[in-house]
Design a protein around this ligand. Structure first.
Ligand SMILES: *Cc1c(COP(=O)(O)O)cnc(C)c1O
Length: 404
């Protein structure tokens, strides 16, 4: 839809949004009307360089033409059927994902938080089915983020954060340990622990990659104690971190992994992949979803993942991530540049607020996000070039100079 076809001005549209939409977002003053590759365009046709990609979603570029074609084709054939019949895109996607992730089995959901709910449920059922009714405790990391539904919220190790405060009691069965501190996780294990669940790179927590020792140590701890290792790769999955899945950067494999965001190329979809023995605890009736494995989302995802793999966009993420992070270190007031591939965070010193950098970049037509008080996060489409990195760098630099 284009604004000119509605007869509304931008201000009128914004007034309607204000009147009718329950607002929990801090919006850019910007109507996103169309998008292509590295740019999003407003109603005047002005292009904004996109370094947030719909929150790490549009990894093969905004409106990737293969994804667009797959969606168009699929809506002409069949839009929705529920999971009673087989549908072609779902089965082909299942094979593609299990092969690329080197996991055995997949269950489709619609979003990241739902994928995490499925992962938590599967782990808990594995503990209860195989050991005892009390063995369903999961250790997660402080400063993690796993989503906005009750299981995922409760798994999120930020008890003082707005995502938990004011909603009454959380789901029991979660304990929190310190990220990147193996001893803290070892100490948290009890006879009722069934799993450890972490993000390979804490995104909302400030872009903090797990160290090699920590991640491989968790795998060993789980093996030694008979626990399941659950990885939330909702944000890190599908090329973002310079490998197909971030766990491949560590040379390990999880027992269950959740994914969403980039896998759908902009269509809502999520999934978990699991080891065969673990996957067995889901039997008819034990879990389900009306839309999970939706034909249009699966067709889009198949096109997206094919693009990501065939064009080795993970390789590009690795190369350009290193290039960009090296460059960002030259910015003024930088405390630390962190990241893995093209999941990049820049923490500034106390003089610079992340939100001011975000707004200043927006005014200069660069879209980024801020997290915490002094950190900005960038998750551009993985198709970007050195030239795009240079442009973004200059805009951030100019913004910082204007703030000082
Ligand atoms: C975005 C995100 C989620 C939640 O995904 P939704 O699709 O927004 O529900 C969960 N975990 C991580 C690590 C995320 O980045």
């Amino acid at each position: 839809m284009k604004l000119k076809d509605t007869g509304l001005t931008k201000e009128e549209l914004k007034a309607k949004a204000k009147k009718y939409i329950i607002e929990t977002y801090e919006r850019f003053d910007f109507v996103a009307e169309s998008a292509k590759d590295m740019y999003i365009y407003d109603e005047t046709g002005t292009g904004y360089l996109d370094f947030y990609a719909g929150i790490a979603v549009n990894s093969a570029g905004n409106c990737n033409e293969k994804v667009v074609a797959a969606v168009k084709d699929q809506v002409m054939d069949i839009i929705h059927t529920f999971n009673y019949p087989y549908t072609i895109p779902q089965v082909l996607l299942a094979e593609k994902i299990c092969t690329a992730t080197r996991m055995d089995k997949i269950f489709f959901q619609n979003s990241g938080t739902e994928a995490n709910e499925a992962m938590i449920k599967m782990a808990r059922k594995y503990g209860v089915d195989h050991y005892s009714p009390e063995k369903y405790q999961i250790i997660t990391a402080k400063m993690s983020f796993h989503g906005r539904t009750f299981g995922s919220m409760s798994a999120t190790g930020q008890p003082m954060n707005a995502c938990q405060i004011g909603f009454g009691g959380m789901t029991p069965g979660f304990v929190y340990a310190d990220f990147n501190d193996l001893c803290s996780f070892e100490d948290a294990v009890t006879e009722n622990t069934i799993a450890i669940m972490v993000e390979p790179v804490q995104g909302e927590g400030g872009v903090i990659p797990a160290t090699f020792e920590f991640m491989t140590g968790l795998r060993k701890l789980c093996d030694d104690k008979g626990l399941l290792l659950l990885l939330d790769e909702v944000q890190t999955g599908w090329g973002r971190t310079g490998a197909v899945m971030s766990y491949m950067n560590y040379g390990i494999k999880p027992d269950i992994v959740s994914m969403a965001k980039a896998m759908g190329g902009g269509m809502p979809i999520g999934a978990i992949c699991a080891r065969k023995e673990v996957a067995k605890v889901f039997t008819p009736g034990s879990h389900g979803t009306t839309y999970g494995g939706h034909p249009v989302s699966c067709a889009a995802s198949l096109a997206q993942i094919t693009e990501l793999l065939d064009r080795d966009l993970a390789g590009n993420a690795k190369k350009l991530g290193n290039y960009f992070m090296d460059k960002l270190k030259n910015l003024p007031h930088v405390k630390e540049v962190r990241g893995q591939g093209l999941l990049v965070g820049v923490e500034f010193d106390d003089q610079i607020k992340g939100i001011d950098v975000k707004h200043g970049c927006f005014d200069r037509k660069l879209l980024i996000t801020s997290i915490g008080a002094h950190t900005i996060r960038m998750v551009p489409p993985l198709i970007l070039t050195e030239d795009d990195c240079d442009k973004a760098y200059e805009i951030i630099k100019e913004t910082l100079e204007s703030l000082i």
